[in-house]
Every structure is written in C-alpha cells, then in structure tokens.
Ligand binder design. Structure first.
Ligand code: PBG
Length: 325
C-alpha cells in the first residue's frame, strides 16, 4: 500500500496540522436572557446552566464571558405578561427594560457585538411572531411593527438586528426603516431558514412565549423542505441581509451546507435550546462525555459551513478552549 491515510492521523501534532476545520470562541455567539427588574438569577429547568438574569447579573455574566474570550452576544427579553398586548406595543416603548438594557450594555461594553431579537412573540399576548387576527397571522400588517421595533433597538445601540419572525419581506422593510432613520451601519442577521421545530421548546419555557393557540407552521418552514431555503436565502440577500441564518442547526446541517455553497454571505447557525438540552441531559445521565461530545457537535455545525454559531454551549466551550491553549 502506497497510500495510507492513517499516516496523517498518527499523532496529535500531525492531526492538528491537517485539521480542515477549527473552532474558536470568536466563532460563537452567546444567547442571554434578560429578566424584568432585580432579583436572583432564575434557573430554566429545561436549559440546565442557563439563567434569566437581572440587568446587574447580566452585566456580570457578560464580564465573565469576555474573560473567557467570547465577544458576541444575542439578547432575549422575558417580558412580564402585563406588558403584552396584541400589537406588541411594548416592543418599541422607549421605557422598555430590554431597550434600556441594550443601551447600558452598549455603554459599558463598547467592544462587543450585540444582537437583538426582532419578532412579536416575546411581547405578544397571542404568543405569535406576527399580528394575529381571527386566528390568521397577518404578514404585511406585521412588517411596520417589526420595523419600528428594529429602529428602537438600533437607537438603543444594538450592532446587529436579528429578525426571527419569518414574515415575508421583513428584511427589506427593516433595512429601509433603519436606513431612513440613519442606521445604515446597523447589520441584519436574518433568520433565513427557520424551521417549525420541536427543538425550540426549552427556549419557549425560558421566555414563557409559546403560542396561546395554534402553531407556527404558517410562517416557519416545513422540516421536509430544502429548496425552499434557497428561495428564502435569495430574498434575504436581495433585501439587504448581512448574514443568513439556519435554525435549528443539527437536524439541518444539509441546509447550512446548501446555503454555504449557494451564497457569498456569511452563514450563521442557531444551535437551539432543544439541541443543548438533549446533550446536557444525556451527559447528566453519564451516557455521553460532555467535554468531547459538546465540541464535536459545535464542530459539525462549523464543518457544514457556518461561520457563526449561536450556542448555549458558548461559555463551556470557551472554558475548555482556554484550558487547552
Ligand atoms: C422567537 C424565537 C424562538 C427562538 C429564537 N427566537 C422560538 C420560536 O420561534 O418559537 C428559539 C431559540 C432556541 O430554541 O434556542 N421568535
């Protein structure tokens, strides 16, 4: 045998020399949950190790993450029920605790990249990402609400707007509104191929944001489809997105790869709450080895073509990485 692939695997140094994919903390975005008011961090039972933080604890958490080498964050608000209504009006109220938090984080940590979430569900009494009328999710009527929300977040100082709602035309509508208001430097990371997935369960527990009636299948994508992701990618690109995201990541590695091969834009992937919960649970039972299985999972997402990974594992990975190098 003249060709022996095992020669390139014979020790760690050689293996590192020929590694085709590498993973660093700067590839990861760390999702954070913000609670209204003060109070101790609240554990989320289905997301072990992840908490809902008050503003002061959130800042402490960001500091800790920065020390570990993380630099980008995505922030979600847990909105008290009394602030929710059908039109999600609280989402662009300047007194909104989420907007205040963005402002404060921006002042205190100017070096980080902070991404927001744009969708109606955290603020909607119906728990849907769009406006609901007689059980129907209205598309075009939702767009001005999302645009107004985006401008309010840009005004508060967010670096990247993250529309997670899947309404048609929202990227273009948000881009126009941002540009018109003087925020042409604010980026958009579009949730381009966001599937109607069961793996968002723990996230909805964290925000108490599950739909009050029905499901999200009339706007989130059917898990059966892949070509449709190309339509979404084309539209988001024409409409001015700076990043295209696939969500969830693990069941959709083929979609990540497809978008990577068909787009010149950077691809992001959301390693969602259910994917985190699943691995954590198996490791807690002693069925999988966390320190090996977790980086393997993240690496698979990077290898599929994602240059940015949103993941609840961010801190744990950064800690592992720090101990290794
Ligand atoms: C809502 C939103 C969801 C997630 C991010 N933004 C849930 C949903 O669409 O119901 C899920 C993230 C996760 O599961 O980690 N617009």
């Amino acid at each position: 045998m003249r060709i022996r692939p095992r020669r390139n695997r014979k020790n760690e140094t050689i293996r590192n020399m020929v590694a085709e994919t590498t993973l660093r903390p700067s590839d990861l975005m760390y999702p954070l949950f913000l609670n209204y008011g003060e109070g101790a961090p609240q554990a989320i039972p289905s997301l072990p190790g992840i908490f809902r933080f008050s503003q002061s604890d959130l800042e402490r958490e960001i500091e800790e993450a920065l020390e570990l080498g993380l630099r980008s964050f995505v922030l979600f608000p847990a909105v008290p029920e009394r602030y929710k209504d059908q039109h999600a009006t609280y989402s662009s109220n300047p007194d909104n605790f989420y907007l205040k938090s963005i402002r404060r984080i921006n002042e205190r940590f100017p070096e980080i990249a902070l991404m927001s979430d744009v969708a109606m569900d955290p603020y909607s009494s119906d728990g849907h990402d769009g406006l609901v009328k007689d059980g129907i999710i209205l598309n075009d009527e939702t767009l001005p609400i999302l645009s107004e929300m985006s401008v309010a977040q840009a005004q508060a100082g967010v670096d990247i707007i993250g529309p997670s709602d899947m309404m048609d035309g929202r990227v273009g509508s948000i881009r126009d509104a941002l540009d018109h208001a003087g925020y042409d430097h604010v980026s958009i990371m579009s949730y381009t191929a966001k599937y109607a997935s069961a793996y968002y369960g723990p996230f909805r527990d964290a925000l108490d944001s599950a739909p009050k009636a029905g499901d999200k299948k009339t706007y989130q994508m059917d898990p059966a489809n892949k070509q449709e992701a190309l339509i979404e990618a084309e539209l988001d690109t024409i409409e001015g997105a700076d990043f295209l995201m696939v969500k969830p990541a693990l069941c959709y590695l083929d979609v990540i790869h497809l978008l990577k091969s068909n787009s010149k834009l950077p691809i992001a992937a959301y390693n969602v709450s259910g994917e985190y919960a699943m691995l954590k649970a198996a490791c807690e039972k002693g069925w999988l080895d966390y320190d090996v299985a977790m980086p393997e999972m993240l690496l698979s997402i990077k290898r599929a073509g994602a240059s940015v990974i949103l993941s609840y594992f961010a801190k744990d990975f950064a800690r592992l990485f720090k101990n290794k190098f």
